[in-house]
Design a protein around this ligand. Structure first.
Ligand code: PEP
Length: 251
């Protein structure tokens, strides 16, 4: 049985005070959600105050990105060890905004995924097609290319420790949500890719999150799909009630 994961990607939002308030609000009510994992991913500069705010609660901390090297002359970057050092358990990798705005390639995501796993962080590896790709009937090809490129070289044991997130780019921050059939079709395809590339055990254990305009009002039906094991939430994760409303729908 896969344990649902409800993850908030705060992106480049909040300031120190509002980040602490949001983390505190989530932490206060986290014990209501014993049967699932709750995760907040604040901007990197607020990881430490957010870690302090959620200390002692069952909410976990994650980063939105990292670099694959362990240390050295990589100005502006953060290593997996640094993220662990400040209390992170997860790291989001290959988010579509990093792929499409910042030019991150499958190969870069692959190096980061391996470095995260080697260090003991749980990578949340994001994949998703753009609107033109869906309209051209290329969704399955794009998902397979991103899956194979991002997870290249992983053993079945390593693959079993990854979390995947399917985030159709056209649904992120747009208010457009994939239909249940569209989302479940890609989630099921990802699970068969896991089974083909690794083994049934990895395929059955990997959590596959859906992301793209998830709200309390649409979370219940999305999360009831057999291959949707949680949500990666942008906009709605910036309000405690909305974020936890989605978590309540996953119960
Ligand atoms: C995201 O940032 O991963 C995301 C899905 O954003 P939103 O929920 O705002 O669409």
């Amino acid at each position: 049985m896969r344990r649902p994961l409800i993850a908030g990607n705060w992106k480049m939002n909040t300031d120190r005070a509002s980040a602490v308030a949001l983390a505190t609000g989530v932490a206060r009510r986290a014990s209501e959600f014993a049967q699932l994992d709750l995760l907040i991913c604040p901007p990197a500069v607020y990881l430490i105050p957010a870690a302090e705010a959620i200390a002692g609660s069952k909410a976990a901390l994650g980063a939105q990105n990292m670099y694959h090297e362990a240390n050295g002359a990589f100005t502006g970057e953060l290593s997996a060890a640094m993220l662990l050092d400040v209390g992170c358990k997860y790291v989001i990798l290959g988010h579509s905004e990093r792929r499409h705005i910042l030019g991150e390639t499958d190969s870069a995501v692959n190096k980061k995924t391996i470095a995260a796993l080697d260090a003991g962080l749980i990578p949340i590896v994001c994949v998703g097609e753009m609107l033109a790709e869906r309209e051209a009937g290329k969704t399955a090809d794009v998902i397979r290319r991103q899956f194979e490129g991002s997870l290249a070289g992983l053993t079945a044991e390593q693959a079993g420790r990854v979390v995947l997130a399917y985030e159709p780019v056209w649904a992120i921050g747009t208010g457009k949500v994939a239909t249940l059939d569209q989302a479940e079709e890609v989630h099921a395809a990802l699970r068969s890719l896991l089974a083909q590339r690794y083994n049934r055990q990895s395929a059955d254990s990997v959590r596959i999150l859906y992301g793209g305009s998830v709200k309390p009002s649409n979370a219940g039906e999305l999360l009831s799909q057999p291959n949707i094991d949680g949500a990666l939430i942008g906009g709605a994760s910036l309000k405690v009630d909305d974020f936890l409303g989605i978590a309540a729908a996953a119960k």
